[in-house]
Design a binder for this molecule. Structure first.
Ligand code: ARG
Ligand code: ZN
Length: 466
């Protein structure tokens, strides 16, 4: 099955030929002609990411003019070849490429759908570190997800809402666009004076000159491309450091400020509470971007600084901050494991409610379990939603959280909390799979949990027992 394929030791990679898709090469074996694969082999998003190299750092230089909606980018990626490479790909959708250099030398390139195919002047050796410079520009077009929602660079009435899950990063920079390949980032973003450009991590400088403001941001810990943002608008900015020493930067659209204030005021309390439960906060900055983007319809856990399309409630902030551990620090290996992000962030909401004077997580579970067998909640298995169009649906979020409640009652509170903490610590800044999580749960508890996970993760339909 697709599941076995991605969880196997050799992650199958897709090799794309001009004739179409052929599967077969493994992560280590180079295609005979030295081409890096066009995708990471993800069953839901086969062309996301690329083969043959891993990235270490992205340095993104961006200039955006909200009046013309034009974006200009100069980008430098440092990477390392994992095979001999006569050519390799980056993911880029739309925009016009002006030039590509590899190790400072002009390289040939072509565009094939979302693949920017690069042929360096000299093949890269396996193990070789290399640098890619891409210069590009144009009016970015957001990407339409399989479920019809927009992601990527989404224009607003005063700038852009920039959220890339699962595929949208490629609408604004060239990337190895799969969570398997995480890297550090720096951003230099220039916008007309009066606008604010907010990215991930720490603001290292802000300068206004000649009617333009340049913001520099630095994200030192590894980040998946989909979690990068460069959201632009006319924002009120709030900065402070929490009592536990985390610098907070909030950028808020004034039209949302009054409604957002109560939830934003809880950020330090949420960071402390979640650090107590999941282990120390993985990043060196926190905050929120509250935009006014009525057509978007979702929030995203952009690393360090979640992005909201409108004023969030406390539950939503609890959810997005929980993703900093589950999704951002511990990232997916395959998109079909998305419950490891969404089920966990949803469970954080249930636990917050339980510990802040609301109903217990068990009561929340019971309320959902009461849903009829025909409910969409039971439509497909939590740990294999079947296709990219289903990854943000209730069997992933709600049934995923129900699975964690089942685990909690099976192993007891102490082991349950140990499992969550050990998961977050053991895969910190890396990736995880459902199989690794279920194995950890059995190891910590000393129990055979095959039946529980089989029913709750891998079977569609309403389970016979609550
Ligand atoms: N991960 C986000 C959240 O639940 C949801 C993103 C939805 N994205 C989308 N393109 N529909 O916090
Ligand atoms: Zn979520």
């Amino acid at each position: 099955s697709a599941r076995t394929r991605i969880l196997g030791t050799a992650v199958a990679l897709l090799a794309v030929t001009s004739a179409g898709l052929t599967t077969g090469s493994s992560a280590e074996a180079a295609a005979p002609d030295g081409r890096g694969a066009a995708g990471q082999g993800d069953p839901y998003f086969p062309l996301s990411g690329n083969g043959g190299y891993t990235t270490g750092h992205y340095d993104l230089g961006l200039a955006y003019d909200p009046a013309t909606q034009r974006l200009d980018g100069t980008e430098t990626i440092t990477a390392r070849a994992t095979q001999q490479l006569t050519r390799f790909d980056l993911d880029l959708s739309g925009l016009t490429v002006r030039s590509v250099r590899v190790n400072g030398r002009t390289a040939r390139w072509t565009r094939e759908g979302q693949e920017l195919v690069i042929t360096p002047g000299k093949p890269l050796r396996k193990g070789q570190s290399f640098r890619v410079d891409v210069s590009y520009g144009g009016i970015p077009q957001d990407v339409t997800d399989p479920d019809g929602s927009p992601d990527g660079w989404i224009q607003t009435d005063d700038g852009a809402f920039v959220a890339g899950e699962p595929q949208g990063a490629m609408s604004w920079f060239a990337a190895d666009n799969h969570p398997l390949d995480k890297a550090s980032y720096s951003f230099t973003i220039t916008v007309p004076a009066g606008y604010t450009a907010v990215a991930n991590g720490v603001l290292t400088s802000q300068r206004t000159k000649g009617g333009k403001t340049t913001f520099r941001w630095c994200q030192a810990q590894p980040m998946a491309a989909y979690l990068a943002t460069a959201t632009i608008g006319k924002f009120d900015v709030q900065r402070y450091t929490t009592a536990s020493g985390i610098p907070v930067y909030n950028a808020v659209d004034p039209r949302e400020a009054a409604d957002a204030a109560p939830a934003l005021a809880r950020i330090p309390a949420i960071l402390d509470w979640e650090s107590g439960i999941f282990g120390s906060y993985p990043f060196s900055a926190a905050g929120a971007i509250v935009d006014h983007a009525p057509d978007v319809g979702y929030a995203l856990e952009t690393q360090t600084r979640p992005l909201y399309d409108s004023a969030p409630d406390v539950d939503t902030v609890v959810h997005e901050i929980a993703h900093q551990w589950f999704g951002d620090s511990v990232s997916l290996t395959s998109w079909q494991d998305i419950w490891l992000n969404e089920g966990f962030a949803t469970y954080a909401e249930w636990l917050w409610e339980e510990q802040h004077g609301g109903r217990s997580a068990q009561a929340t579970f019971d309320a959902y379990y009461a849903r009829p067998a025909a409910s969409s909640l039971w439509a497909f298995p939590t740990a294999d939603p079947g296709e990219g169009a289903n990854i943000f649906d209730s069997p992933v979020y709600t049934r995923g959280a129900m699975t964690l409640q089942k685990l909690r009652t099976a192993v007891g509170d102490t082991d349950f909390l140990t499992i969550l903490k050990t998961w977050a610590r053991g895969h910190r800044y890396g990736n995880g799979t459902t199989a690794q999580f279920t194995a950890l749960s059995e190891k910590v508890s000393g129990k055979n949990l095959d039946g529980l996970f089989h029913t709750w993760l891998y079977t569609a339909g309403k389970p016979a027992q609550p």
